[in-house]
Ligand binder design. Structure first.
Ligand code: MOS
Length: 696
C-alpha cells in the first residue's frame, strides 16, 4: 500500500482556522468587543427624502433615564470639509435621502438609547423628492469614468452600420431592481479615544480604508487611528469602505468621553449603508446567418445619490465576453433623492450579465442556434481594447458544463416538456469577473526553525482569507502550515487592499509570498553562518512588482447551467439543479473556493427569483427593510448546486497563479435561471426578480 501524504499547503482543502471560535461564539465581532464603561448609540433617521432640518428638540430624549447626549448638526463635532460627503454626518441641515441620520442618541444602555431616539423631535422643512430611475429621465448624464475606473463609453468599429446589416437581430431592454447585501452582521462599531488616539473595532472589509477615512475626517495623522476587524460577519461590498456608523461612533465617543458602541438597526442598514442600484439596460445584438456576432450594443442606466456619483459599470461585461467587430457600450447615471448606492457582489458584471446573457439566449432562439454553440462560436481573442487575455477558458467551461449537465440533444422548443403540473426547462449563461490585484504589504518573522509569525492586514469576511493566507505563507517558507501563526484584521499591521473586488487573496497573498520568501532566504543565509533564525523579520510591499506587470486582460471565466420547474397555474419557479464550471487560475484551497462559488451561485438564484428592494416613490423609503420583507434564498430554494473548477495555469497573475473567486459565481446565474424559465414556459422574463406575480 502506498502511503498518501496529505497536502496541507496551497491546493489543500483546509477547513477554516477560526471555525471553532465561530461555532462556539468566541469569535468577537465589532460590537461584541468588551470595553469597560461603554455607552450605546442609536441613530435617528430622517423620515423624508429631501429637505432641511431646522432644529432638533433634544429635551424629551435627554429626559429619558440613562441618556447621556443627543448629537445633531447643531452641536456635533466638526469634520474636515474634504471628507466623503456620505461620511460627513451631522454637519449640515441638508437632507438628501430618506433615512439619512439626522441625530444620534447616546445612553448607558442600548434600550435607553433606543427610547431616547424615539423621543427626539425633529423640526424640518420638506420638499418633493425625485426617487424613480427612468430611462428617459432628464437628469441622466454620461460620466467619463464608471465604477472600477473604466471609461463610461467604449465603442469599436461602427455599431449602427453593423447592426443595420445584421441578418439576425435582438433589441431588448432589461430591468434589474435595487438589491441589498443583508450581511448577517449589521454595520457596527465600538469606538474609543485614548490619549488623542482613536481606536475602533469596525465591521469593515478594509481597516486600511477606514483608518484613512477617519484620519481625514477627524484631522489626525493616520498612525493615531487604529482599526480592528478580526472577524467580520459578511460584507458583499456593503462594508467595502468606511460607512456612517464608524464616524458616528467615533464622534459620539469623543463627545461623551467614554467608549461607544453602535450597531445599526437592520432598517438603518437598508437606508444608509448601501445597496445595488436598479438598472435599465438596452442590449442590441446582431449576427450573420452563421451565428457570428457582427454588432453588440449595451447601454446601461443607473441611479446615484445627491451626495456622491457612483455609476454601476453594467455594460463593461460586454467588452470582455465576446469577440465582435462593431461594439457600442455606454453608461448613464442620474442623481436622485435616494441613498448612495454602492458595490454589491460583482458590481457591474452581475446586473450586466443578466442583460447580455439573456440577450444571447434571445439571439440563439431568433437564429435557431444552440445557446452553448453560439457562445463558443463568438469567443473573444482579446478584450474590446485589444489586450490579449492572460488566460481564458470560457469555451472549456461551456463544453465541460454541457457534458456534465447532459445538454446534448436538448430540444430547444420552449414550453413543451411536462412532468405532472410542472413545465421543465434548462438554460445556460456565461460568467466572467476581472482578476484584480492591488499593492499590499505583509511582514514575516521567524520565532524558531518551526515557528513563524506572518501578518497581513487582510479582512476575513467569512471567506476563509486567513486560512488560505496561512497556506500561501507555509508554501513560501517551505514549512507545514501548522508552523505559521497568521494575523489579519488590524490596520497597524500595514496597508493592504479591501476584501472586495475579488482581489483579496491575490493581493495579500503576493505580499505574504514575498515576505516569506525573503525570510526563507535570510534564514538559509544565516544558517550557513551558524546564526540562529530567532527574531529575523522581513517586510514586503508589492507596489513595484505590480507596476512592472505587462498589460494583459486578466479575467476569470465560467459557465452556468440551470434546470427549472415552473408551475404554469401559480407561476412558482423551482430551481432543480444549478451547475457552475469555472476556470480561475490556481485554486489555493478547493474547500473555501467551492464555498465562495456555491455561495455566490445561491445569491444568484436569490437575485433571479426573490431579491428586490422596493422603494416607496413618494417617501423615498425602502419599505422592504427587514428579512421578512426582503426575501433571500434559503436551503429549500437551492436543492442542488454543483461546482466544478477546471485546472488553469496562468503565469501572468501573481506568484500563486490565482484569480479571485468571491464574485465570479454570481455573474450570469440570474440569466441562466431566466433562460431556463423561457425554455420551460416560452415567457421571456426581462425584469428581475421572476416572482410568481411577475410570471403570470
Ligand atoms: Mo465586493 S462588491 O467588491 O465586496
Amino acid at each position: 500500500m502506498t502511503e498518501v501524504r496529505e497536502r496541507t499547503g496551497v491546493g489543500a482543502a483546509e477547513p477554516r482556522l477560526e471555525a471553532r471560535e465561530k461555532v462556539t461564539g468566541q469569535a468577537l465581532y465589532a460590537a461584541d468587543r468588551p470595553v469597560p464603561g461603554a455607552a450605546y448609540a442609536w441613530p435617528v433617521p430622517a423620515a423624508f427624502a429631501r429637505g432641511r432640518v431646522n432644529t432638533v428638540d433634544t429635551g424629551p430624549a435627554l429626559a429619558v433615564d440613562g441618556v447621556l447626549s443627543v448629537l445633531w448638526h447643531g452641536n456635533a463635532p466638526r469634520l474636515e470639509r474634504s471628507g466623503d460627503p456620505h461620511l460627513r454626518v451631522l454637519q449640515t441641515p441638508e437632507v438628501t435621502y430618506r433615512g439619512q441620520i439626522v441625530a444620534l442618541v447616546v445612553a448607558t444602555t442600548p434600550e435607553s438609547a433606543r427610547e431616547g431616539a424615539e423621543a427626539v423631535v425633529i423640526d424640518a422643512r420638506t420638499a418633493p423628492a425625485d426617487t424613480v430611475l427612468r430611462a428617459d429621465h432628464a437628469g441622466l448624464y454620461e460620466p467619463e469614468l464608471v465604477n472600477g475606473g473604466y471609461p463610461g463609453r467604449l465603442d469599436k468599429g461602427d455599431f449602427d452600420t453593423g447592426f443595420g446589416a445584421a441578418e439576425v437581430r435582438v433589441d431588448a431592454t432589461y430591468h434589474t431592481p435595487a438589491e441589498h447585501h443583508v450581511a448577517m452582521e449589521p454595520h457596527a462599531t465600538t469606538a474609543f479615544w485614548e490619549h488623542g488616539r482613536l481606536v475602533v473595532y469596525d465591521a469593515t472589509q478594509s481597516s486600511t480604508a477606514v483608518r484613512d477615512s477617519l484620519a481625514t475626517l477627524f484631522e489626525l495623522p493616520p498612525q493615531l487611528v487604529r482599526v480592528h476587524n478580526e472577524h467580520v460577519g459578511g460584507g458583499f461590498g456593503s462594508k467595502g469602505a468606511a460607512k456612517p456608523n464608524v464616524v458616528l461612533a467615533a464622534m459620539a465617543a469623543r463627545v461623551v468621553g467614554r467608549p461607544v458602541k453602535l450597531a445599526m438597526p437592520r432598517a438603518a442598514v437598508f437606508a444608509t449603508e448601501g445597496y445595488r442600484t436598479p438598472t435599465i439596460q438596452r442590449v442590441r445584438l446582431g449576427a450573420d446567418r452563421r451565428g457570428r456576432l457582427v454588432a453588440l450594443g449595451h447601454e446601461s442606466c443607473s441611479q446615484s445619490s445627491r451626495l456622491v456619483e457612483y455609476t454601476e459599470q453594467a455594460a463593461v461585461v460586454s467588452r470582455v465576453l465576446y469577440g465582435v467587430p462593431n461594439l457600442a457600450t455606454g453608461h448613464r447615471v442620474v442623481r436622485l433623492d435616494v441613498p448612495p448606492p454602492t458595490w454589491m457582489r460583482a458590481p457591474g458584471d452581475c446586473p450586466g450579465a443578466f442583460a447580455l446573457e439573456s440577450a444571447m439566449d434571445e439571439l440563439a432562439a431568433a437564429g435557431n442556434w444552440d445557446p452553448v454553440r453560439l457562445r463558443i462560436d463568438n469567443d473573444a481573442v482579446t478584450d474590446a481594447e485589444g489586450r490579449p487575455f492572460s488566460s481564458r477558458h470560457l469555451v472549456e467551461c461551456l463544453l465541460r458544463g454541457a457534458e456534465r449537465f447532459g445538454w446534448a440533444g436538448r430540444d430547444p422548443r420552449p414550453g413543451t416538456r411536462r412532468e405532472g403540473r410542472w413545465l421543465l426547462g434548462s438554460g445556460v449563461a456565461a460568467t466572467t469577473f476581472p482578476a484584480i490585484t492591488m499593492p499590499s504589504t505583509a511582514t514575516a518573522r521567524a520565532i524558531s526553525d518551526d515557528d513563524f509569525e506572518v501578518a497581513v492586514n487582510a479582512a476575513d469576511i467569512g471567506t476563509g482569507a486567513r486560512t488560505v493566507l496561512r497556506q500561501i505563507a507555509a508554501d513560501a517558507l517551505g514549512v507545514d502550515p501548522g508552523c505559521v501563526d497568521i494575523s489579519v484584521g488590524d490596520s497597524a499591521i500595514g496597508p493592504a487592499p479591501v476584501a472586495g473586488g475579488s482581489m483579496g487573496t491575490s493581493s495579500w497573498g503576493w505580499a505574504v509570498t514575498k515576505a516569506c520568501r525573503q525570510l526563507r532566504e535570510r534564514i538559509d543565509g544565516a544558517h550557513q553562518g551558524h546564526v540562529p533564525p530567532e527574531g529575523v523579520a522581513t517586510d514586503a510591499d508589492t507596489t513595484a512588482d505590480l507596476a512592472a506587470r505587462p498589460d494583459y486582460a486578466r479575467h476569470a471565466f465560467g459557465a452556468q447551467f440551470c434546470a427549472v420547474r415552473v408551475d404554469p397555474a401559480t407561476g412558482e419557479v423551482r430551481v432543480d439543479r444549478l451547475l457552475g464550471v469555472f476556470a480561475a487560475g490556481r485554486i489555493i484551497n478547493p474547500l473555501t473556493a467551492r464555498s465562495q462559488l456555491l455561495g455566490a451561485m445561491t445569491m444568484g438564484v436569490s437575485m433571479a427569483l426573490m431579491e428586490q428592494s422596493v422603494m416607496d416613490r413618494r417617501s423615498g423609503d425602502f419599505v422592504t427593510s427587514d428579512l421578512s420583507a426582503y426575501h433571500v434564498a434559503v436551503n429549500a430554494d437551492v436543492p442542488r448546486i454543483d461546482v466544478e473548477v477546471l485546472e488553469e495555469e496562468d503565469p501572468h497573475l501573481n506568484p500563486m497563479g490565482s484569480k479571485g473567486v468571491g464574485e465570479l459565481g454570481i455573474v450570469g446565474t440570474a440569466a441562466a435561471v431566466a433562460n431556463a424559465v423561457h425554455h420551460a414556459t416560452g415567457i421571456r422574463m426581462r425584469s428581475l426578480p421572476i416572482t410568481p406575480a411577475a410570471l403570470l
